[in-house]
Design a protein around this ligand. Sequence first.
Ligand code: HEC
Length: 152
Amino acid sequence: MKKPLVAALLSAATLALAVPVAYAQFDRPERAIKYRQSVMTLTANHFGRLQPVVKGTVPYDKDAVKANVAIIAMLAPLSWAAFTDGTEKGSNSKPDVWSDAAGFKAAQQKYQETVAALSAAADSGDLEKVKVASAAVADSCKSCHDKFQVKR
Ligand code: HEC
């Protein structure tokens, strides 16, 4: 490869890395809190729309399930960067989010794996697979909340 091309690719890669970091900045603690709660609210809404399908009270529509799951998957990595230092107070996050950062990270990873499995199940068009994967996602929401969210 010619040097200028390598340099251009490297700077593009640097930019790609830099952008999410720059976007992770919040100018006030309340905005970080609002951001993470908003991501959770949207996730809960779209996950909630799947529940009648997995319960069998509405007919299975593969495309509608895929559309909701795509939104859940897009949201899945977003909230974590908003659990910034300085936002320990004024929300429903337990102090454990900060004192047990490794545990919180592990719960995020577990959740993201279950969401990836739900995406694969939604793509398969097999309702039985969607049911199993959806239950696994619900478990990972709950196990994180049990440890890290103040019960309301
Ligand atoms: C890795 C941990 C973790 C996972 C996984 C997780 N949550 Fe949360 N969730 C939290 C924490 C922490 C809060 C409290 C946020 C705050 O108030 O600072 C929260 C808050 C919420 C809220 C309240 C939002 C508000 O407006 O205050 C809802 C609703 C919610 N989560 C739904 C879900 C659903 C549904 C899932 C799974 C599909 C999920 N969460 C997965 C940690 C998690």
